[in-house]
Design a protein around this ligand. Sequence first.
Ligand SMILES: NC(=O)c1ccc[n+]([C@@H]2O[C@H](COP(=O)([O-])OP(=O)(O)OC[C@H]3O[C@@H](n4cnc5c(N)ncnc54)[C@H](OP(=O)(O)O)[C@@H]3O)[C@@H](O)[C@H]2O)c1
Length: 261
Amino acid sequence: MTSTGATGATTIGPLTDCVALVTGATSGIGRAAARTLASYGAQVVAVGRRQDRLDELAADLGHDVCLPHAADLIDQPQAAAAVAAAVEHFGRLDIVVNAAGVMLNGPSLEARLDEWDAMVDLNVKGLMYVAKAALPHLVDAAGSSSRRVADMVNISSIAGRFANRNVAVYNATKFGVTAMSEAWRQEFSPHSVRVSVIEPGAVETELFDHQQQPVIEHYERLFAGVEKLHPDDVADLVAHIVTAPRRVALAEVVIRPTDQA
Ligand SMILES: NC(=O)c1ccc[n+]([C@@H]2O[C@H](COP(=O)([O-])OP(=O)(O)OC[C@H]3O[C@@H](n4cnc5c(N)ncnc54)[C@H](OP(=O)(O)O)[C@@H]3O)[C@@H](O)[C@H]2O)c1
């Protein structure tokens, strides 16, 4: 199996013959990861809610390389259907990148309960639904592929290592992602499935824009003068993790902007 891009050029790379499912593929880190994995030769199932952005990505990468699959991952059947679509369409699943996430911070006294629910529903439960559906296929892929390994890469945050005021529920969700990743790493390493967690500092994406205006302004002041990471910086790390030799499991990686203390 080789990938053919929109230009008709075949991409042969370290991930030729691999199928990767990437959530959050309509924006930021997930979109960059989908593009990078495709450039390494993988066939990619791109998951997000915004169909127009998925279609644009698939048109760019080529429809034999990229399957766009719209899903709202807070809904368990839709999360499971995304995984099923990957296996049905491409016949296997070697890599899952869980990048979908939402951050809605601010003082707890003024916080909206629906925003707290939204973070728990997507960052923890959505990821959990994708993982539950995907892990059996990753075990199969590790047992049958020439790579003899499969990968799940979960995007947590430095907020999954350190708690801060006004970040309580986002912290809780990202501590949860880090914890699930480590527990699954232990559970699935005997099956040759590497479960990795990436904990980025500030990345230039749309993540901050969904918050209430005073919170957006707070972060603008906080990061004034900080050169944030680019989504591609994190995508390159994802690619490094999944193309590492079979014996190498990069279990937990923190990546920060140089300027961010
Ligand atoms: N940016 C940072 O500074 C930073 C730092 C540390 C960690 N992170 C983490 O990195 C991950 C990616 O975030 P980003 O920075 O790339 O943010 P982003 O640009 O806002 O991307 C978020 C992605 O999540 C998807 N998403 C949101 N709600 C969804 C839902 N209900 N169902 C399915 N998909 C949904 C969005 O797609 P649709 O809207 O199309 O559904 C979008 O593709 C997140 O887990 C975030 O917590 C980011």
